[in-house]
Design a protein around this ligand. Structure first.
Ligand SMILES: Cc1cc2nc3c(=O)[nH]c(=O)nc-3n(C[C@H](O)[C@H](O)[C@H](O)COP(=O)(O)OP(=O)(O)OC[C@H]3O[C@@H](n4cnc5c(N)ncnc54)[C@H](O)[C@@H]3O)c2cc1C
Length: 288
């Protein structure tokens, strides 16, 4: 139970949602956009969040799209991880989304909620980062499209009141060869029941025009894609052992130690995963 009262709004348009956000803010309502609500509810129960108003985005048509439009796959921010997984329109995203939490929770968690989460994992974003996707953002008075990477640096940088409407992916990128893993404190990806939990290491690799793209969660205190590390992984001339040593030196922050695993264990898992990714993607060019 949430131990305080709050106002609930469900606008029918993106513009209405953003205008409402700013109006509620001037009334000191501390408004929040509401996707699946799992994070808002969990933190509100603990008084770590205290919204006096929530704006449910599930009535906004653009947030509910999941289809190819011309040469792009358009994914609304209110689509649940289960819907992404089951549609399988972008297999790497299905894979990354399908290992977040468990099935019951994935029926609620939305793509927008996962990307905008205050928790450090945001595993669905890995597939989006390596696929060079774009995000559509509703701001006060304008709708803007930007490359995800230009506003995702450790987390998604939105201005107050900005609403993530959609993510779009180049159609040809949805069927590029990929490799993806998740290891939790319980076990490995090969045993689905062991996957449930926050990641010790979660990865997404994609091969585009001979170059390996790579993104990681669970390794550092935030998810990231590293172009320097990709350069090393994609080098055909370099021996694997040297690749692994160099790749580890290109991480953007120290490796985490927490209750799920030490930094040394995470580095061990990382090295094994990188070696498998390079081996799997070598010589593979398209899965379409
Ligand atoms: C039991 C459990 C297990 C979990 N396991 C994992 C895991 O294994 N891996 C992982 O990556 N994550 C995991 N999570 C975290 C989960 O992905 C995030 O908490 C996510 O935010 C929940 O999505 P939601 O749609 O319910 O978000 P909400 O609770 O609706 O919102 C979360 C935040 O995002 C903001 N927001 C939502 N939609 C938008 C939008 N369109 N535009 C702007 N802001 C928006 C909200 O205002 C709020 O700040 C887990 C969560 C739970 C509850």
């Amino acid at each position: 139970m949430i131990p305080f009262n709050f106002e609930y709004y469900k606008p029918a348009t993106a513009r209405e949602a953003v205008d409402l956000f700013h109006t509620l803010q001037t009334r000191d309502k501390n408004p929040m956009y509401y996707g699946g609500g799992t994070e808002i509810i969990s933190f509100s129960r603990l008084y770590q969040l205290y919204p006096k108003a929530v704006i449910d985005i599930k009535g906004i048509p653009e947030c509910n799209v999941l289809e190819f439009q011309n040469d792009r796959l358009v994914i609304g921010a209110a689509k649940t991880l289960t819907q992404l997984q089951e549609s399988n329109l972008f297999p790497l995203l299905s894979w990354c989304a399908g290992r977040v939490a468990d099935h019951t929770i994935r029926n609620k968690i939305t793509l927008g909620g996962n990307i905008c989460s205050r928790l450090p994992y945001r595993e669905a974003v890995l597939a989006l980062l390596v696929a060079d996707c774009e995000v559509v953002i509703q701001r006060k008075g304008e709708t803007r499209t930007e490359p995800l990477e230009s506003i995702f640096n450790q987390s998604l940088h939105l201005d107050t009141g900005d609403l993530l409407l959609q993510v779009t992916v180049n159609k040809s990128h949805t069927c590029l060869p990929f490799f993806s893993t998740k290891r939790t404190a319980n076990g490995d990806v090969n045993y689905p029941q062991d996957r449930i939990g926050y990641p010790v290491l979660s990865t997404a690799f994609m091969k585009n025009s001979g170059r390996i793209h790579a993104a990681f969660s669970g390794l550092c205190p935030f998810p990231f894609r590293s172009h320097e590390l990709e350069e090393v992984l994609s080098d055909q001339e370099m021996a694997t052992e040297l690749k692994l040593a160099k790749a580890v030196s290109y991480l953007p922050a120290p490796i985490l130690t927490d209750i799920d695993g030490t930094a040394a264990y995470r580095e061990f898992v990382l090295r094994n995963t990188l070696a498998r990714a390079v081996e799997q993607l070598e010589g593979v060019n398209c899965i379409c």
